[in-house]
Design a binder for this molecule. Structure first.
Ligand SMILES: [Zn+2]
Length: 108
């Protein structure tokens, strides 16, 4: 069972974001914090994480998509550094946070 959290637009694609309890990699059954499926346009986040961890993980998955859409595969270490860096910049700069919140509202 998953919970729909909303949508994020990455490039031309709207991705649905869902919280999933006990999120696992379907290939190797490894426990995951987040997962993105370009084919389904879905991002899944582990439901048991705290809100801050969910936000960092959402950025991690968004950056995966940006890399894939642009033909640049980032390493997991690069994605973690970028995700934490973006969260830090958003928290330190309220105007960036407001712009971020507005841009994540999918038009009706
Ligand atoms: Zn990753």
């Amino acid at each position: 069972m998953s919970t729909f959290m909303g949508s994020v637009k990455i490039g031309p694609v709207w991705y649905e974001v869902h919280e999933v309890p006990g999120l696992r990699n379907p290939v190797n059954d490894q426990q995951l914090n987040g997962r993105i499926s370009e084919n389904e346009a879905v991002i899944q986040l582990e439901a048991a994480m705290c809100e801050q961890a969910k936000r960092v993980t959402l950025w991690h998955e968004i950056l995966h998509a940006i890399g894939m859409h642009s033909g640049h595969e980032f390493s997991e270490e690069q994605l973690e550094a970028l995700a934490y860096g973006i969260m830090d910049a958003l928290q330190a700069n309220v105007s960036l946070s407001v712009a971020y919140q507005v841009s994540t509202n999918k038009p009706d």
